[in-house]
Ligand binder design. Sequence first.
Ligand code: DGY
Length: 327
Amino acid sequence: MTLPKVFVARQIFQEALDKLATVSNVEVWEHESPPSKKILLEKVANVDGILSLLTDSIDRELMESAPNLRAISQIAVGYENIDVKEATLRGIPVGYTPDVLNGTTADMTFALMMAASRKLIDGVYAVRDGRWKTWHPLHFLGQDIYGSTLGIIGMGRIGMEMAKRARGFDMNIIYYDVNRRTQDEEETYNMSHMPLDTVLQESDFVSIHVNLTPETYHFISDRELTLMKPTAVLVNAARGPVVDPEALYKALTTEQIMAAALDVTEPEPIPHNHPLVNLNNCIIVPHIASASTTTRLRMSTMAVENLMAGLAGIRMPNCVNPEVYTK
Ligand code: DGY
């Protein structure tokens, strides 16, 4: 029996690949960087399934070049790189990896928030560079986290994990989302739904947890940053383009806000000579919020299970477009 062919667009955990290899002929892209568009199109020409990453554009052109394609499985909760509408038209299920990364991502968002507000990175470098000469009552002054107000923009699964953690820090939690949480949830987490502008005006920390859509592109720009407190910290572990980088640079250099901490940037990877990179009040890490061993293994396994289900013609356990099964 000929096994279906799959292209895995980057090295993932070997145990997940071994599982996939029991039901398919697997080709893995072994390089660190993503395949170019041209190579990707060549690689998928005869495949039945593809395991993709955020950095691979899975658009109509790709689907046209892959006439046998019957399953797309993304190793991420976000999937803005995939033309889901086109996949649905073609009856191709698209898998993703929700939930398993919620806690890990919220942990990292908290770490970023704390590092930025307590000048952690600057402190580390002060010691390394020999700038630390004496304990001084007025050096390295930051903002308290406990007892402050956390504004969460986007109260989805990761936003809720932020709220859980914030309760432990005695934070006052306010949030903005187009969908309001239930009264029960609001009471349990002691959080209040407010208009966007109020969240921006009243928060000591603004943490962004929305998907990237045409509506959320540069959602945080000049106007929104102007509303924030001069002592506020902006944290983005959602998607880079949700924050307008030029507006952020302006806000940080004119001390309109105190600091920013970014797991994601526009562009990504951000060039090391980008104006935001060397600002003392801006911490940037390389899109690693879900990068714990446990979570990345779970994501690998989940992506493989989705792909295997897709190849077998069975409903994917985590499918972005389940309507393909009702056609
Ligand atoms: C995702 O899953 O969408 C993250 O950005 C990477 O873990």
